[in-house]
Design a protein around this ligand. Structure first.
Ligand SMILES: Nc1ncnc2c1ncn2[C@@H]1O[C@H](COP(=O)(O)OP(=O)(O)OP(=O)(O)O)[C@@H](O)[C@H]1O
Ligand SMILES: [Mg+2]
Length: 321
């Protein structure tokens, strides 16, 4: 069963098309990654799915409910988490949750909130000011708030941006656990290849408003990636032609790189062709999402511009009023 279905979903700002007729389906229980550079249209897509910005063309369904036809009902099925936001430092965790419950119109929220706080191990800190929380605790509070109304799907717009390596790793675990223990479907956007790879069951790569590839991380690597064998040789005269039949071969400064679909399966062939006593060093670089992205877009990821969380939250308040 699909929890999110987007059909020709399109957003135009004047003449500019930020999201261009995209189609995707997210299955129940999936962690789905949206991977793309700055300005690709990731946040705009999430804003259309959460009803924060009008859809220009096309539609999307959340748990079978059309956003165009029934935005209020669709919104009830959604929780969202962004990079910093939603937590008010001056209020206690509990007060923050209470505000969230009011914003979402959830009535019997207290037991659910206590269960969630207990699950995340922060129940004993519920009366502490959120401003005194560590980053990790804060994330747990944000997830508690997003899960309060038992949504079918949660959207996470760049959830780990600005986190140190350890906090990021524990947030990855948290995302996996929440997905498993609360059977909640997750759509996350990220700039980090390894994040999409580590967390997502499936990924859509989005660039300039268009989805240019969709698949499991392995499928994408298989299709658009490619391993690279790097060789350093002792003598200069080697049969480049023969190597080129194995995979695209480039020779530069005594270093040879061969791009192949699976390095292990051709390794012996390569060694025999070059001659084992002619090899100074040999290295295999396995295909990664980085290679996939580069192959697909021909460009690299630029530095991310900070997501404007405050503005997003202000918009949510307006939208839920
Ligand atoms: N309110 C707006 N008015 C005009 N253009 C907009 C508006 N919001 C976004 N855009 C443009 O739409 C495009 C997509 O922006 P969006 O924020 O969805 O990208 P993104 O993939 O989330 O990028 P990032 O990784 O930087 O967060 C960008 O070119 C952006 O400048
Ligand atoms: Mg964005």
């Amino acid at each position: 069963m699909s929890v999110v279905i987007a059909r020709n979903l399109t957003k135009k700002y004047g003449d500019f098309t930020a999201v261009d007729h995209i189609n995707f389906e997210i299955e129940k229980g999936e962690i789905y990654g949206f991977l793309g550079p700055n300005g690709a249209g990731k946040t705009t897509t999430i804003k259309m799915l959460t009803g924060l910005t009008p859809i220009t063309e096309g539609d999307a369904e959340i748990a079978g409910i059309s956003i165009n036809k029934n935005p209020r009902e669709a919104k009830k099925k959604i929780g969202w988490i962004s990079s910093e936001v939603i937590v008010d430092d001056e209020l206690s965790a509990w007060e923050n949750i209470e505000i969230q419950a009011k914003l979402l119109g959830v009535k019997d929220w207290k037991d659910r909130a206590l269960d969630l706080l207990n699950y995340f191990g922060i129940k004993e800190f519920k009366d502490r000011k959120a401003g005194k929380f560590s980053t990790g605790m804060r994330k747990k509070l944000e997830v508690t708030m997003a899960l309060l109304h038992s949504p079918e799907v949660i959207f996470m717009d760049e959830p780990t941006i600005g986190l140190d390596v350890n906090t990021r790793a524990s947030l990855w675990n948290l995302i996996r656990e929440v997905n498993r223990d609360y059977s909640v479907t997750i759509l996350l956007t990220t700039h980090y290849m390894e994040e999409a790879d580590a967390l997502s069951n499936r990924i859509s790569i989005i660039n300039k408003g268009k989805i240019i590839a969709t698949g499991t991380p392995d499928e994408l690597k298989e299709k658009y990636g490619g391993d690279v064998i790097e060789l350093e040789i002792k003598k200069d005269e080697i049969p480049i032609d023969k190597l080129d039949q194995i995979g695209k071969t480039i020779k530069k400064d005594g270093k040879i790189t061969i791009r192949v679909s699976n390095a292990e399966s051709v390794l012996l062939d390569v060694i025999n062709t070059v001659g084992s006593n002619n090899i100074k060093s040999l290295k295999i670089n396995k295909s990664s999402l980085d290679t996939v992205f580069l192959n697909l877009t021909g460009g690299s990821l630029e530095d991310n511009q900070e997501f404007n969380a405050k503005r997003f939250y202000a918009m949510l308040r307006r939208a839920t009023r």
